[in-house]
Write a protein that binds this ligand. Structure first.
Ligand code: NAD
Length: 285
């Protein structure tokens, strides 16, 4: 089955949005990347250059000229109506805030063509939290990627009870067309499959750190050596990005909020955002 999508617009050109736009462009789709300001687009261009470098360093059989041409073909937009005017699929990867996302969907509902399928990449919200703002419940669902999209290539597909199954089929076909392994959920689940496992794991690591049971390097080494996993929890925090870690923790219980405050004070306020900024719990420069 083919998705029959040709033009894809990604809203938000941050950590995940830029990876999604890149992965989609490399697989031959016409991609538009939308963000809110010229300044955000300038940052996104730098992010895209870094992704191209990382991808070419990691994907051995990639054709550098083709990859660079695909990245150069991504159209950047700061006008929402222009960004989605001819989109077959819009993937939303704006910050993880319910009110912000609802506002984006309300604006999108006014300007996106009727036929356009909308997908949220939200990690912690359910599509049913957003569906009323979309104006098209049958053509809205979640399509959730993992960070480091070309390597950690799961794409979790989770509709609401009102999503048209044929739309979910098309989105699953699209996921395969861009090199993902589609993971179909049978019902809504906060955190999908991946984060239902990952978030409690990272919470436990944060708890050990906050109680000063052991330092991050020791906690990570324990996990890696004893399980054979390639990364420990604090390495994962750095890859995910400490802004996202903060946003998830601040919405949690008192212990999680204490960890969020620690992230704010010792990391975010000092510009330490994880791998993206070159330093987080570890240094990557
Ligand atoms: P980010 O903060 O890196 O990027 C968000 C981008 O959205 C920024 O470029 C910002 O300028 C832009 N933005 C802000 N307001 C906007 C608006 N109104 N319209 C369009 N763009 C706007 O965030 P991120 O880590 O890329 O996360 C984005 C989404 O992807 C979230 O829903 C998050 O849950 C999800 N996600 C993140 C990860 C991850 O590992 N970082 C993994 C899977 C899913």
């Amino acid at each position: 089955m083919s998705s029959s999508f040709e033009r894809v617009t990604v809203l938000g050109a941050g950590v995940l949005g830029m990876q999604i736009a890149f992965q989609t462009a490399v697989h031959g789709f016409a991609v538009t990347s939308y963000d809110v300001s010229d300044e955000a687009v300038a940052q996104a261009r730098g992010r895209l250059d870094a992704i191209v470098g990382q991808y070419l360093g990691e994907v051995r059989d990639a054709d550098p000229d083709a990859v660079r041409a695909a990245a150069a073909g991504i159209r950047f937009e700061t006008d929402l109506a222009a960004a989605v005017a001819d989109a077959d699929l819009v993937i939303e990867a704006v910050p993880e805030s319910l009110e912000l996302k609802r506002g984006v969907y309300r604006a999108l509902a006014q300007v996106a063509p009727e036929r356009t399928v909308l997908a949220t990449n939200s990690s912690t919200l359910l599509p049913s939290d957003l569906v009323e703002s979309t104006g098209r419940p049958e053509r809205f669902l979640a399509l959730h990627f993992a960070n480091h999209i070309w390597a950690q290539n799961t794409a979790e597909i989770m509709g609401t009870s009102r999503t048209d199954p044929a739309v979910a089929d098309r989105v699953a076909a699209f996921a395969e067309e861009i090199g993902m392994v589609p993971i179909r959920l049978r019902k809504e689940q906060p955190g999908y499959v991946l984060n239902s496992l990952l978030v409690p794991f990272l919470d436990a690591a944060a708890g050990l750190f906050m109680k000063d049971v052991a330092d991050p390097a020791t906690i990570d080494a324990t996990w890696r050596i004893a399980t054979g996993a390639p990364l420990g929890p604090f390495q994962i925090f750095d890859v995910v990005g400490l802004r996202t870690a903060y946003a998830v923790s601040i919405a949690g219980n008192a212990e999680s909020r204490a960890f969020a405050a620690r992230l704010q004070r010792d990391y975010l306020d000092r510009g330490l955002l994880g791998v993206e900024s070159g330093e987080g719990f570890y240094t990557y420069r």
